[in-house]
Structure formats: C-alpha cells, structure tokens
Design a protein. Sequence first.
Length: 94
Amino acid sequence: MRYLICYDIKDDKRRKKVAELLEEMAFRIQESVFVGEFTAQDLKKAKAGIKKLVHVNGEQGDIDSVHIYPLCDACWKKVWQLGSGTGLERVIIV
C-alpha cells in the first residue's frame, strides 16, 4: 500500500533523524513530506522508529506531529503536482 507521511517536528536534531529514517523507506517529495510503498511490516517498523524519535508530550511549543495517510490507487491517479523536483515521478505504481 502507498502512504504519504508528513511531519512537523520542532527540534532540528529530531527532525533530521526522522528524515534519515524515512529516506531509507520512501521518497522525499517536500522537506517534511514522504511517499512510498509499505508492506504492513514496513509500516509497523516505520511507526516504531518514528515513535522513538518524536515528542508528543511536553510543553506546547515542543510537541511534534506526524501524519500517515494511505493512498489508494484511485487517489494516487488524481494527484496533482505543480513545479519540478518533487520526486513523484520516481514513485512506481505497482
């Protein structure tokens, strides 16, 4: 299944670690947005790795957020892209 993963992580160090984790599993299409094909096991692994890195408790100004959206084939075919270099052309539809 294809997923879109995006995040808002306040701390540079945490943000870099999450980006490095996701770069091993998906394609970066914007600074904090990735898309990729994940098996159920791969998605579980990605979620576990992200959970170890982000802050979801604490002071309001230091709370991170991560969103993971499934993208069905019908939705993927409706993706609209403006500009170049987003990497969507590299994501293979299986």
